[in-house]
Write a protein that binds this ligand. Sequence first.
Ligand SMILES: [Zn+2]
Length: 320
Amino acid sequence: MKRLNRRQFNRKSLATAAAGALSVSALPKTGSSAADTNKPSGWIDAHSHIWTRDLNNFPLAEGQTLKDLDPPSFTAEELIETAKAEGIDRVVLIQHHIFYGWDNSYMIGTARRYPGKFRVVGMVDDTTRHPDQVMRKLLKQRVTGFRITPRIRGKDKWLGGPGMAAMWRCAADTRQAMCCLIDSDDLAAVDAMCRKFPETPVIVDHFARIGVDGQIRDADVKRLCSLAKHKHTFVIVSAFYALGKKAPPYLDLVPMIRRVFEAFGPQRLMWASDAPYQLVGGHTYKASIRLVRDDLDFLSPADRTSLLRGTAEKLYFFDA
Ligand SMILES: [Zn+2]
């Protein structure tokens, strides 16, 4: 991934914003359900990260310095600007464990400052006492999902232990989603958890990273699609910059997206950018939403609305 300095990056965001402004008139007007409930009518980005260089208020995790932030800055305000240009008015913020560890406060503070605009997928250390009590507390602070991943404790351990079980049990009650950052070889373990906790909402990020090595293997796609038999499973259609040929307009991903769509249906899929990673190295926010908004010709207008708003709205944008 090409590294941009801060000025280049900001220039790039502005260019993206300017280009996007031209297409705003082409966006659908308020949908009927939005009008009925008086909810925002723009799209939802179901997965983006943010970070700030304000280390006084939001210190980085141990061992991390300003030099590690790459791109160097992607604040809530930079995200809002980038998203607005493409008709997105709400975003789900995802905890960045490398930069912030278990400290969700930059995201929670952002969600508090912009009421209605954000929901948070936080992280809780499942090896501490009563992680489920922490989950319930965080729900009041707009944390409606939790990121879980084998990257911290390892593939053989990450789903084991009483704390993780308590989290899945709690999520079945609070409806906070278990958001899995996994590879395709972790799908079997997630499937086993879904059998054990059939009522827990479970979200798979970035197609379980199928295609990250450039190869989209049939067996992996089948394994992902077979998770659809559990009725509370969902897939995020995202991270196009990282999958398959890794080049816009990402049309080589369409056959996989279609198979996942056929397995899960529009009510269980949602688009996300995975910004700011989608904004560097020749990739843009516009190219990401364009694939789902303009290019997937097998979607009906209602399907598209589900992928770009409905599913994420239902799953994340509820109140405690
Ligand atoms: Zn991400």
